[in-house]
Design a protein around this ligand. Structure first.
Ligand code: NAD
Length: 421
């Protein structure tokens, strides 16, 4: 792999999309850099009485189309570069789905598994104290990301409410239902991907009963497996960070999910499920019609992309396929349904949560699903048409679609030709 940074590689997508559109250079100048990234150190009291500090960031990448939106990640490898790249992706993801948001992201460099529950609560509240002037229901709206969850969002919303002196649930999404969370948020990312595959199945050449391999068996991977299996498809292989299992006749997904919920690793369940334990690195190469990366960034690169047998890749993870791998997959006729479309069900239902918080009126699950379905099918179809008309990949088409919307908004403020004519 080259030494380009994650953000450099993300910006390649922007330049590629711009080459297909008549875009004013002002637009690219605005989207090439994050608008603001704030860095701080969060000091908290540890359970043993000592004080400890943790690096933390919040990036508001671009807010032309609305308040910025994006999760907060607690991870020992978090970096400013990763935060800014994820915020860039959020800018495009919100534009792809036509949500009235810009893109943002936040992170704390910490391994939350090394902290007690009370320490995690103090850290979460410290994050909001540090960034209270940056976030807000009309400014920047965080959500959960890797190693943060609904309870953490609840603490953060509570802390924000105490600072501003009002209950303000719309400041954060992904909250517990009892604290203003939305129904349907837990499986929204997987459900959005599932609706997309089902809607485009004929065009993608996927049968009603296709086979699926899933890399990463957390929130996104498990819900995808449940939805897809319930629709008549066969989940033939899954992996987590410690191992992988393969069963060409299909895995019992319900038992697998129950095992994961009980804290077990997928490889430890191989024998009881009649499956074979395989090397996790071999998962992407198993015989399956659809490959679903649902783990981390950069898992499919120039070195391993050639081994993929699936005809379709659904990116539930953010950034799992590198630009090098994209080229190889395109040459081999593999269709990649890109992250900014494929996993955008999560931010779409987060948007529904924000809308419900602001109107103080809550929708039932059926309404959430119907609204999500409509948006996924509308934007998925539009991107499929752009790809067919311009003979580009679905990724390029998604960026072209989003960039068109961002450019229209940026140009509405006036660009060079307006001011010099
Ligand atoms: P999660 O932490 O619940 O699950 C991640 C899974 O990946 C775990 O099972 C972990 O064991 C596995 N994993 C880690 N390293 C692996 C490796 N090397 N090989 C195989 N598996 C590995 O996280 P999640 O919420 O499911 O998120 C997964 C991806 O989806 C991330 O890229 C995230 O940014 C993206 N995503 C999630 C949401 C959401 O709503 N959950 C929304 C949009 C995007």
């Amino acid at each position: 792999m080259s030494d380009d940074t994650l953000l450099d590689r993300a910006l390649i997508r922007l330049e590629e999309a711009a080459s297909h559109l008549q875009i004013d250079p002002d637009v690219i100048e605005k989207l090439k850099y994050p608008r603001e990234t704030t860095k701080t150190r969060l000091m908290i009291r540890m359970d043993d009485g000592s004080r400890k500090s943790f690096l933390a960031w919040r990036c508001r990448y671009d807010d032309t189309r609305g308040p910025t939106k994006g999760g907060i990640r607690f991870h020992p490898d978090a970096s400013i570069e990763e935060v800014e790249t994820l915020a860039f992706w959020m800018t495009f993801k919100c534009a792809v789905m036509n949500l009235p948001y810009g893109g943002g992201k936040g992170a704390v460099r910490v391994d939350p598994h090394q902290l007690s529950k009370s320490e995690v609560e103090r850290l979460s509240r410290a994050y909001v104290q540090a960034f209270a002037r940056i976030i807000g229901p009309d400014r920047d709206i965080p959500a959960p990301d890797v190693y943060t969850n609904a309870m953490i969002m609840g603490w953060m919303a509570d802390e924000y409410g105490q600072i501003v002196g009002q209950v303000s649930p719309a400041v954060i999404t992904g909250k517990p239902i009892a604290l203003g969370g939305s129904l349907g948020r837990n499986d929204a990312t997987a459900r959005g991907g599932f609706y997309l595959v089902r809607h485009l199945a004929r065009e993608l050449g996927l049968d009603r009963a296709h086979t699926v391999a899933i890399q990463g068996f957390g929130n996104a991977g498990q819900f995808y497996a449940l939805l897809s299996a319930a629709d008549g498809n066969k989940i033939v292989a899954v992996s987590d960070s410690t191992g992988a299992i393969h069963r060409p006749e299909g895995l019992d997904v319900t038992r697998l999910v129950a095992g994961k919920e009980a804290g077990r690793k997928v490889a430890d369940m191989a024998a009881e499920l009649g499956a074979k334990a395989i090397d996790p690195a071999a998962l992407i190469a198993v015989e399956a019609d659809l490959l679903v990366p649902a783990a981390l960034e950069d898992m499919i690169d120039g070195d391993n992309a050639g081994s993929i047998k699936a005809r379709v890749v659904l990116e539930l993870a953010n950034g799992p396929v590198t630009p090098d791998a994209d080229k190889i997959l395109a040459q081999r006729g593999v269709t990649v349904l890109p992250d900014i479309l494929a996993n955008a069900g999560g931010v779409t239902v987060s948007y529904f949560e924000w809308v419900q918080n602001r109107q103080g009126y809550y929708w039932d699950l059926d309404e959430i699903h119907q609204r999500l379905l409509k948006i996924v099918e509308r934007e998925g179809r539009a991107i499929w048409s752009i790809a067919a008309e311009r003979k580009v990949s679905m990724r390029s088409a998604a960026y072209i679609h989003a960039l068109g919307r961002l450019a229209t908004a940026i140009e509405a403020h006036g660009t060079q030709p307006f001011f010099v004519s």
